[in-house]
Design a protein around this ligand. Structure first.
Ligand code: GDP
Ligand code: IMO
Ligand code: MG
Length: 423
Protein backbone atom coordinates (compact mmCIF):
# COMPACT_ATOMS: atom_id res chain seq x y z
CA UNK A 1 0.00 0.00 0.00
CA UNK A 2 2.72 2.41 -0.92
CA UNK A 3 4.11 4.42 -3.75
CA UNK A 4 7.67 4.01 -4.95
CA UNK A 5 9.36 6.74 -6.97
CA UNK A 6 11.83 6.40 -9.79
CA UNK A 7 13.90 9.49 -10.57
CA UNK A 8 16.90 10.50 -12.66
CA UNK A 9 19.74 11.90 -10.53
CA UNK A 10 21.72 13.74 -13.21
CA UNK A 11 20.71 15.91 -16.20
CA UNK A 12 18.27 13.43 -17.70
CA UNK A 13 18.59 10.42 -20.03
CA UNK A 14 19.89 8.21 -17.24
CA UNK A 15 17.82 5.26 -18.48
CA UNK A 16 14.57 5.83 -16.57
CA UNK A 17 12.39 4.37 -19.32
CA UNK A 18 14.36 1.13 -19.41
CA UNK A 19 14.18 0.60 -15.66
CA UNK A 20 10.48 1.50 -15.35
CA UNK A 21 9.79 -1.12 -18.01
CA UNK A 22 11.88 -3.67 -16.09
CA UNK A 23 10.16 -2.90 -12.77
CA UNK A 24 6.58 -2.71 -14.09
CA UNK A 25 5.88 -6.38 -13.37
CA UNK A 26 6.05 -5.52 -9.64
CA UNK A 27 3.38 -2.77 -9.83
CA UNK A 28 -0.32 -2.39 -10.60
CA UNK A 29 -0.02 1.23 -11.72
CA UNK A 30 2.73 3.28 -13.38
CA UNK A 31 2.13 7.03 -13.04
CA UNK A 32 4.02 9.84 -14.79
CA UNK A 33 4.05 12.95 -12.62
CA UNK A 34 5.72 15.83 -14.50
CA UNK A 35 7.30 16.99 -17.73
CA UNK A 36 5.94 16.46 -21.19
CA UNK A 37 7.19 15.59 -24.65
CA UNK A 38 10.59 17.08 -23.83
CA UNK A 39 11.18 13.59 -22.39
CA UNK A 40 12.38 10.69 -24.49
CA UNK A 41 12.32 7.38 -22.63
CA UNK A 42 13.85 4.44 -24.48
CA UNK A 43 12.79 0.83 -23.93
CA UNK A 44 14.30 -2.16 -25.69
CA UNK A 45 13.06 -5.73 -25.74
CA UNK A 46 12.53 -8.53 -28.26
CA UNK A 47 14.89 -6.73 -30.62
CA UNK A 48 12.67 -3.64 -30.85
CA UNK A 49 13.43 -0.15 -29.56
CA UNK A 50 10.56 2.10 -28.42
CA UNK A 51 10.83 5.78 -27.49
CA UNK A 52 8.06 7.14 -25.26
CA UNK A 53 7.46 10.85 -24.72
CA UNK A 54 4.39 11.44 -22.57
CA UNK A 55 3.10 7.90 -22.12
CA UNK A 56 4.39 6.08 -19.01
CA UNK A 57 6.96 3.36 -19.61
CA UNK A 58 4.72 0.58 -18.24
CA UNK A 59 2.50 0.62 -21.32
CA UNK A 60 3.95 -2.53 -22.91
CA UNK A 61 2.92 -4.77 -20.00
CA UNK A 62 -0.48 -6.44 -20.14
CA UNK A 63 -1.62 -5.92 -16.59
CA UNK A 64 -0.45 -2.49 -15.52
CA UNK A 65 -2.55 0.68 -15.72
CA UNK A 66 -0.65 3.75 -16.86
CA UNK A 67 -1.64 7.14 -15.47
CA UNK A 68 -0.67 10.54 -16.86
CA UNK A 69 -0.84 12.74 -13.77
CA UNK A 70 -1.89 16.34 -13.21
CA UNK A 71 1.74 17.52 -13.17
CA UNK A 72 2.31 16.47 -16.78
CA UNK A 73 1.89 18.80 -19.77
CA UNK A 74 0.43 17.17 -22.88
CA UNK A 75 0.85 18.20 -26.49
CA UNK A 76 -2.10 16.49 -28.22
CA UNK A 77 -0.23 16.48 -31.55
CA UNK A 78 2.83 14.64 -30.19
CA UNK A 79 0.61 12.45 -28.04
CA UNK A 80 -1.50 11.21 -30.94
CA UNK A 81 1.66 10.34 -32.91
CA UNK A 82 2.82 8.38 -29.89
CA UNK A 83 -0.48 6.48 -29.79
CA UNK A 84 -0.17 5.72 -33.51
CA UNK A 85 3.26 4.25 -32.80
CA UNK A 86 1.65 1.85 -30.32
CA UNK A 87 -1.02 0.66 -32.76
CA UNK A 88 1.30 -1.78 -34.53
CA UNK A 89 1.97 -3.52 -31.20
CA UNK A 90 -1.73 -4.01 -30.41
CA UNK A 91 -1.55 -2.07 -27.18
CA UNK A 92 -5.04 -1.56 -25.78
CA UNK A 93 -4.39 2.01 -24.64
CA UNK A 94 -8.06 2.86 -24.37
CA UNK A 95 -8.18 0.44 -21.44
CA UNK A 96 -4.68 0.82 -20.03
CA UNK A 97 -3.92 4.51 -20.32
CA UNK A 98 -5.78 7.10 -18.27
CA UNK A 99 -5.28 10.83 -18.10
CA UNK A 100 -5.74 13.38 -15.33
CA UNK A 101 -8.30 16.08 -16.10
CA UNK A 102 -5.95 18.47 -14.32
CA UNK A 103 -3.01 17.94 -16.70
CA UNK A 104 -2.30 21.05 -18.80
CA UNK A 105 -2.32 21.21 -22.59
CA UNK A 106 0.55 22.48 -24.70
CA UNK A 107 -0.97 24.73 -27.39
CA UNK A 108 0.64 25.40 -30.78
CA UNK A 109 1.39 28.95 -29.62
CA UNK A 110 3.25 27.59 -26.57
CA UNK A 111 5.66 25.91 -28.97
CA UNK A 112 6.04 29.16 -30.91
CA UNK A 113 6.64 31.11 -27.71
CA UNK A 114 9.35 28.62 -26.72
CA UNK A 115 11.06 29.19 -30.07
CA UNK A 116 10.69 32.99 -29.83
CA UNK A 117 12.02 33.08 -26.27
CA UNK A 118 15.05 30.96 -27.18
CA UNK A 119 15.77 33.00 -30.33
CA UNK A 120 15.62 36.22 -28.32
CA UNK A 121 18.22 34.93 -25.83
CA UNK A 122 20.94 34.41 -28.44
CA UNK A 123 24.00 32.76 -26.87
CA UNK A 124 22.31 32.65 -23.47
CA UNK A 125 19.61 30.27 -24.73
CA UNK A 126 18.58 27.38 -22.45
CA UNK A 127 18.88 24.82 -25.22
CA UNK A 128 15.22 23.93 -24.76
CA UNK A 129 13.77 20.99 -26.69
CA UNK A 130 11.34 23.61 -28.17
CA UNK A 131 8.32 21.53 -27.21
CA UNK A 132 6.58 24.45 -25.49
CA UNK A 133 7.32 23.22 -21.97
CA UNK A 134 8.38 26.52 -20.35
CA UNK A 135 5.49 28.62 -21.75
CA UNK A 136 2.92 25.95 -20.79
CA UNK A 137 4.10 25.78 -17.18
CA UNK A 138 4.20 29.60 -17.14
CA UNK A 139 0.51 29.66 -18.10
CA UNK A 140 -0.18 27.00 -15.46
CA UNK A 141 1.40 28.98 -12.62
CA UNK A 142 0.07 32.25 -14.13
CA UNK A 143 -3.41 30.69 -13.87
CA UNK A 144 -4.18 31.01 -17.56
CA UNK A 145 -3.67 27.44 -18.73
CA UNK A 146 -6.06 25.08 -20.49
CA UNK A 147 -6.46 21.68 -18.87
CA UNK A 148 -7.54 18.31 -20.21
CA UNK A 149 -10.83 18.68 -18.31
CA UNK A 150 -11.54 21.93 -20.15
CA UNK A 151 -11.85 20.19 -23.53
CA UNK A 152 -14.89 18.35 -22.18
CA UNK A 153 -16.63 21.73 -21.79
CA UNK A 154 -18.62 23.39 -24.57
CA UNK A 155 -17.03 26.82 -24.52
CA UNK A 156 -13.39 25.74 -24.30
CA UNK A 157 -12.52 27.03 -27.77
CA UNK A 158 -13.36 30.59 -26.65
CA UNK A 159 -10.85 30.22 -23.85
CA UNK A 160 -8.40 28.75 -26.35
CA UNK A 161 -8.84 31.68 -28.76
CA UNK A 162 -8.34 34.31 -26.07
CA UNK A 163 -5.12 32.63 -24.89
CA UNK A 164 -3.78 32.02 -28.41
CA UNK A 165 -4.44 35.69 -29.32
CA UNK A 166 -2.54 36.81 -26.24
CA UNK A 167 0.33 34.51 -27.21
CA UNK A 168 0.46 35.98 -30.71
CA UNK A 169 0.91 39.42 -29.18
CA UNK A 170 3.71 38.07 -27.01
CA UNK A 171 5.43 36.45 -30.00
CA UNK A 172 5.36 39.82 -31.78
CA UNK A 173 6.85 41.45 -28.70
CA UNK A 174 9.91 39.15 -28.92
CA UNK A 175 10.57 40.67 -32.35
CA UNK A 176 12.52 37.67 -33.68
CA UNK A 177 12.38 35.99 -37.04
CA UNK A 178 10.34 32.82 -36.64
CA UNK A 179 8.23 31.58 -39.52
CA UNK A 180 4.95 29.83 -38.83
CA UNK A 181 1.51 29.09 -40.19
CA UNK A 182 -0.76 29.06 -37.15
CA UNK A 183 -3.81 28.01 -39.17
CA UNK A 184 -2.11 24.76 -40.19
CA UNK A 185 -0.81 24.16 -36.67
CA UNK A 186 -4.27 24.74 -35.22
CA UNK A 187 -5.91 22.35 -37.69
CA UNK A 188 -3.51 19.60 -36.62
CA UNK A 189 -4.02 20.54 -32.95
CA UNK A 190 -7.85 20.43 -33.01
CA UNK A 191 -7.82 17.11 -34.89
CA UNK A 192 -5.46 15.68 -32.28
CA UNK A 193 -7.70 16.98 -29.47
CA UNK A 194 -10.59 14.96 -30.95
CA UNK A 195 -8.46 11.79 -30.77
CA UNK A 196 -7.34 12.67 -27.25
CA UNK A 197 -11.02 12.87 -26.26
CA UNK A 198 -11.49 9.19 -27.11
CA UNK A 199 -9.27 8.27 -24.14
CA UNK A 200 -10.33 7.99 -20.51
CA UNK A 201 -10.07 11.20 -18.48
CA UNK A 202 -10.16 10.81 -14.71
CA UNK A 203 -9.73 12.65 -11.45
CA UNK A 204 -6.40 10.94 -11.05
CA UNK A 205 -5.67 11.93 -7.46
CA UNK A 206 -8.93 10.28 -6.39
CA UNK A 207 -8.21 7.25 -8.58
CA UNK A 208 -4.76 6.79 -7.03
CA UNK A 209 -6.07 7.26 -3.49
CA UNK A 210 -8.69 4.57 -4.04
CA UNK A 211 -6.09 2.30 -5.61
CA UNK A 212 -3.89 2.66 -2.54
CA UNK A 213 -6.83 1.89 -0.25
CA UNK A 214 -7.41 -1.30 -2.21
CA UNK A 215 -3.80 -2.32 -1.62
CA UNK A 216 -2.55 -1.64 -5.14
CA UNK A 217 1.07 -0.80 -5.79
CA UNK A 218 2.15 2.34 -7.65
CA UNK A 219 5.43 3.32 -9.28
CA UNK A 220 5.75 7.04 -10.02
CA UNK A 221 7.90 7.69 -13.10
CA UNK A 222 9.94 10.86 -13.26
CA UNK A 223 11.10 12.62 -16.38
CA UNK A 224 14.21 14.75 -16.93
CA UNK A 225 16.72 14.63 -14.08
CA UNK A 226 17.15 16.18 -10.65
CA UNK A 227 19.75 18.68 -11.90
CA UNK A 228 17.09 19.99 -14.32
CA UNK A 229 14.64 20.63 -11.44
CA UNK A 230 13.18 24.15 -11.53
CA UNK A 231 14.17 24.76 -7.88
CA UNK A 232 17.18 22.54 -7.24
CA UNK A 233 18.72 22.25 -10.70
CA UNK A 234 21.32 24.43 -12.40
CA UNK A 235 18.91 27.36 -12.84
CA UNK A 236 18.17 28.92 -15.29
CA UNK A 237 19.46 26.00 -17.40
CA UNK A 238 16.70 23.69 -16.19
CA UNK A 239 13.26 22.55 -17.21
CA UNK A 240 10.09 24.14 -15.83
CA UNK A 241 8.84 21.46 -13.44
CA UNK A 242 9.88 19.83 -10.17
CA UNK A 243 11.67 16.69 -11.32
CA UNK A 244 12.63 15.74 -7.77
CA UNK A 245 10.76 13.54 -5.27
CA UNK A 246 8.42 16.26 -4.03
CA UNK A 247 7.21 16.69 -7.63
CA UNK A 248 5.68 13.21 -7.44
CA UNK A 249 3.45 14.35 -4.56
CA UNK A 250 2.25 17.51 -6.29
CA UNK A 251 2.18 15.91 -9.74
CA UNK A 252 -0.04 13.02 -8.67
CA UNK A 253 -1.79 14.21 -5.52
CA UNK A 254 -0.05 11.62 -3.39
CA UNK A 255 0.67 12.45 0.25
CA UNK A 256 4.35 12.33 1.30
CA UNK A 257 3.66 9.68 3.94
CA UNK A 258 2.54 7.27 1.20
CA UNK A 259 5.97 7.27 -0.43
CA UNK A 260 8.13 4.25 0.40
CA UNK A 261 11.17 3.63 -1.78
CA UNK A 262 12.89 6.26 -3.90
CA UNK A 263 14.88 4.65 -6.71
CA UNK A 264 17.61 6.95 -7.98
CA UNK A 265 19.08 6.25 -11.40
CA UNK A 266 22.48 7.44 -12.59
CA UNK A 267 24.88 6.70 -15.41
CA UNK A 268 28.38 5.46 -14.51
CA UNK A 269 29.50 8.72 -16.14
CA UNK A 270 27.58 11.97 -16.83
CA UNK A 271 25.81 13.48 -19.82
CA UNK A 272 23.91 16.68 -20.49
CA UNK A 273 21.96 18.00 -23.50
CA UNK A 274 21.43 21.71 -24.00
CA UNK A 275 23.21 24.62 -22.30
CA UNK A 276 24.39 25.14 -18.74
CA UNK A 277 27.27 24.36 -16.41
CA UNK A 278 28.73 20.85 -16.27
CA UNK A 279 31.88 20.79 -14.10
CA UNK A 280 33.15 17.33 -15.14
CA UNK A 281 32.55 17.79 -18.88
CA UNK A 282 35.28 16.36 -21.13
CA UNK A 283 36.33 18.09 -24.33
CA UNK A 284 38.90 15.46 -25.30
CA UNK A 285 39.02 12.01 -26.94
CA UNK A 286 37.77 10.34 -23.76
CA UNK A 287 34.54 12.36 -23.84
CA UNK A 288 34.18 11.67 -27.55
CA UNK A 289 34.62 7.93 -26.87
CA UNK A 290 31.86 7.98 -24.21
CA UNK A 291 29.54 9.70 -26.70
CA UNK A 292 30.39 7.23 -29.45
CA UNK A 293 30.20 3.99 -27.46
CA UNK A 294 27.21 5.18 -25.40
CA UNK A 295 25.32 6.45 -28.49
CA UNK A 296 24.87 9.71 -26.65
CA UNK A 297 22.41 11.50 -28.89
CA UNK A 298 19.14 12.96 -27.54
CA UNK A 299 16.14 10.64 -27.96
CA UNK A 300 13.91 13.69 -28.70
CA UNK A 301 16.03 16.15 -30.66
CA UNK A 302 18.91 13.95 -31.86
CA UNK A 303 21.35 16.54 -30.49
CA UNK A 304 24.73 15.16 -29.31
CA UNK A 305 24.88 14.83 -25.54
CA UNK A 306 27.81 16.43 -23.77
CA UNK A 307 29.79 13.77 -21.82
CA UNK A 308 32.04 13.75 -18.75
CA UNK A 309 33.10 11.88 -15.62
CA UNK A 310 30.78 10.96 -12.79
CA UNK A 311 30.26 13.91 -10.43
CA UNK A 312 29.83 12.61 -6.89
CA UNK A 313 29.37 16.07 -5.42
CA UNK A 314 26.31 16.60 -7.61
CA UNK A 315 25.14 13.00 -7.13
CA UNK A 316 25.30 13.25 -3.35
CA UNK A 317 23.27 16.45 -3.52
CA UNK A 318 20.52 14.88 -5.65
CA UNK A 319 20.42 11.76 -3.46
CA UNK A 320 19.81 14.02 -0.48
CA UNK A 321 17.23 16.27 -2.14
CA UNK A 322 15.27 13.18 -3.19
CA UNK A 323 15.79 10.94 -0.15
CA UNK A 324 17.03 8.14 -2.40
CA UNK A 325 16.78 4.70 -0.76
CA UNK A 326 18.21 2.55 -3.59
CA UNK A 327 20.55 3.37 -6.43
CA UNK A 328 20.66 1.96 -9.94
CA UNK A 329 23.79 2.36 -12.03
CA UNK A 330 23.41 2.44 -15.79
CA UNK A 331 25.73 2.12 -18.78
CA UNK A 332 28.84 0.81 -16.99
CA UNK A 333 29.32 -1.32 -20.12
CA UNK A 334 30.13 1.85 -22.09
CA UNK A 335 33.32 2.39 -20.06
CA UNK A 336 34.81 -1.09 -20.63
CA UNK A 337 38.40 -0.83 -21.81
CA UNK A 338 38.90 2.84 -20.88
CA UNK A 339 42.49 3.46 -19.76
CA UNK A 340 41.31 4.66 -16.35
CA UNK A 341 38.21 6.17 -14.74
CA UNK A 342 37.82 9.36 -12.78
CA UNK A 343 35.20 10.38 -10.26
CA UNK A 344 34.82 13.97 -9.04
CA UNK A 345 34.79 13.84 -5.24
CA UNK A 346 35.15 17.57 -4.44
CA UNK A 347 35.23 20.98 -6.08
CA UNK A 348 37.85 23.69 -5.84
CA UNK A 349 35.64 26.71 -5.24
CA UNK A 350 37.00 30.21 -4.66
CA UNK A 351 40.31 28.84 -3.36
CA UNK A 352 38.69 26.27 -1.04
CA UNK A 353 37.94 22.57 -1.43
CA UNK A 354 34.25 21.91 -0.92
CA UNK A 355 32.07 18.79 -1.12
CA UNK A 356 28.64 20.37 -1.52
CA UNK A 357 27.00 21.84 -4.60
CA UNK A 358 27.35 25.63 -4.35
CA UNK A 359 24.93 28.24 -5.74
CA UNK A 360 27.14 28.91 -8.71
CA UNK A 361 28.87 26.04 -10.52
CA UNK A 362 29.94 27.94 -13.63
CA UNK A 363 33.44 26.88 -14.86
CA UNK A 364 34.99 30.14 -13.64
CA UNK A 365 33.96 29.29 -10.05
CA UNK A 366 34.36 25.55 -9.86
CA UNK A 367 36.98 23.04 -10.88
CA UNK A 368 36.62 19.33 -10.13
CA UNK A 369 38.94 17.34 -7.87
CA UNK A 370 39.20 13.75 -9.11
CA UNK A 371 39.87 10.31 -7.65
CA UNK A 372 41.22 7.88 -10.22
CA UNK A 373 40.28 4.23 -10.67
CA UNK A 374 41.47 1.32 -12.78
CA UNK A 375 38.84 0.46 -15.37
CA UNK A 376 37.38 -2.94 -16.18
CA UNK A 377 38.41 -4.42 -19.51
CA UNK A 378 35.74 -7.09 -19.87
CA UNK A 379 32.62 -6.76 -22.00
CA UNK A 380 29.82 -6.40 -19.42
CA UNK A 381 26.96 -6.67 -21.87
CA UNK A 382 26.73 -10.47 -21.72
CA UNK A 383 26.92 -10.67 -17.94
CA UNK A 384 23.73 -11.62 -16.07
CA UNK A 385 24.88 -12.11 -12.44
CA UNK A 386 26.88 -9.95 -10.01
CA UNK A 387 29.27 -12.90 -9.51
CA UNK A 388 30.47 -12.34 -13.09
CA UNK A 389 31.51 -8.74 -12.43
CA UNK A 390 35.19 -7.91 -12.83
CA UNK A 391 37.13 -6.82 -9.75
CA UNK A 392 37.49 -3.21 -10.98
CA UNK A 393 33.72 -2.83 -11.41
CA UNK A 394 33.12 -4.18 -7.90
CA UNK A 395 35.66 -1.69 -6.56
CA UNK A 396 33.98 1.19 -8.40
CA UNK A 397 30.55 0.17 -7.04
CA UNK A 398 31.90 -0.29 -3.50
CA UNK A 399 33.49 3.18 -3.58
CA UNK A 400 30.26 4.83 -4.72
CA UNK A 401 28.17 3.00 -2.13
CA UNK A 402 30.57 4.05 0.62
CA UNK A 403 30.59 7.69 -0.47
CA UNK A 404 26.84 7.95 -1.01
CA UNK A 405 25.83 5.64 1.85
CA UNK A 406 23.10 4.10 -0.31
CA UNK A 407 23.16 0.59 -1.83
CA UNK A 408 23.44 0.15 -5.60
CA UNK A 409 20.75 -2.48 -6.14
CA UNK A 410 20.67 -2.62 -9.93
CA UNK A 411 23.50 -2.53 -12.43
CA UNK A 412 22.46 -2.13 -16.05
CA UNK A 413 24.87 -3.49 -18.67
CA UNK A 414 23.07 -2.71 -21.92
CA UNK A 415 19.89 -1.17 -23.31
CA UNK A 416 17.84 -4.39 -23.39
CA UNK A 417 15.41 -5.45 -20.67
CA UNK A 418 17.48 -8.60 -20.08
CA UNK A 419 20.68 -6.64 -19.51
CA UNK A 420 19.65 -5.70 -15.97
CA UNK A 421 21.43 -7.20 -12.98
CA UNK A 422 19.87 -7.10 -9.50
CA UNK A 423 22.30 -7.21 -6.57
P1 GDP B 1 15.64 8.26 -20.05
O1 GDP B 1 15.25 9.57 -20.65
O2 GDP B 1 16.17 8.40 -18.66
O3 GDP B 1 14.56 7.23 -20.14
O4 GDP B 1 16.88 7.73 -20.92
P2 GDP B 1 16.99 7.76 -22.53
O5 GDP B 1 16.17 6.67 -23.08
O6 GDP B 1 16.78 9.12 -23.07
O7 GDP B 1 18.54 7.49 -22.72
C1 GDP B 1 19.16 6.35 -22.23
C2 GDP B 1 19.83 5.64 -23.42
O8 GDP B 1 20.73 4.66 -22.95
C3 GDP B 1 18.84 4.89 -24.30
O9 GDP B 1 19.30 4.90 -25.61
C4 GDP B 1 18.85 3.49 -23.71
O10 GDP B 1 18.48 2.50 -24.65
C5 GDP B 1 20.30 3.35 -23.35
N1 GDP B 1 20.60 2.51 -22.18
C6 GDP B 1 19.91 2.37 -21.02
N2 GDP B 1 20.59 1.59 -20.15
C7 GDP B 1 21.73 1.24 -20.76
C8 GDP B 1 22.88 0.47 -20.35
O11 GDP B 1 22.98 -0.03 -19.24
N3 GDP B 1 23.89 0.35 -21.27
C9 GDP B 1 23.82 0.91 -22.51
N4 GDP B 1 24.86 0.73 -23.34
N5 GDP B 1 22.77 1.64 -22.91
C10 GDP B 1 21.75 1.81 -22.04
P1 IMO C 1 14.32 12.76 -20.21
O1 IMO C 1 13.02 12.54 -19.48
C1 IMO C 1 17.67 15.40 -21.08
C2 IMO C 1 16.84 19.70 -21.16
C3 IMO C 1 16.93 20.42 -22.49
C4 IMO C 1 17.31 21.81 -22.03
C5 IMO C 1 16.53 21.97 -20.73
C6 IMO C 1 15.19 22.69 -20.88
O2 IMO C 1 14.40 12.07 -21.51
O3 IMO C 1 15.48 12.50 -19.30
P2 IMO C 1 12.83 22.13 -21.96
O4 IMO C 1 12.47 21.57 -23.30
O5 IMO C 1 12.36 21.31 -20.82
O6 IMO C 1 12.46 23.57 -21.85
O7 IMO C 1 14.45 22.10 -21.94
O8 IMO C 1 16.29 20.66 -20.25
N1 IMO C 1 15.93 18.53 -21.15
C7 IMO C 1 16.35 17.27 -21.12
N2 IMO C 1 17.59 16.74 -21.16
N3 IMO C 1 16.61 14.59 -20.95
C8 IMO C 1 15.36 15.09 -20.87
O9 IMO C 1 14.28 14.33 -20.59
C9 IMO C 1 15.17 16.49 -21.00
N4 IMO C 1 14.09 17.30 -21.00
C10 IMO C 1 14.57 18.55 -21.09
O10 IMO C 1 17.91 19.83 -23.31
O11 IMO C 1 18.67 21.84 -21.72
MG1 MG D 1 15.64 10.70 -22.37
Amino acid sequence: MAVDLLLGLQWGDEGKGKIVDVLTKNYDIIARFQGGPNAGHTLEFDGIKHVLRTIPSGIFHDKSINVIGNGVVIDPVVFVKELEGLDQFNIDYKAKLIISRKAHLILPTHRLLDAASEASKGKAKIGSTLKGIGPTYMDKTGRNGIRVGDIELENWKEKYRALANKHEGMIEYYNVDIQYDLKDMEKEFFEAVETLKTLQFIDSEEYLRQALKQGKTILAEGAQGSLLDIDFGTYPYVTSSNTTAAGACTGLGIAPNKVKDVFGIFKAYTTRVGSGPFPTELFDDVGAEMAKVGHEFGAVTGRPRRCGWLDLVALKYTCEVNGVTQLMMMKGDVLSGFEHLKVCTAYKYKGKTITHLPFNIEPENVSPVYTEFACWKEDLTRMRKPSEFPKELNEYIAFLEKELEIPIKVVSVGPDRTQTIHR
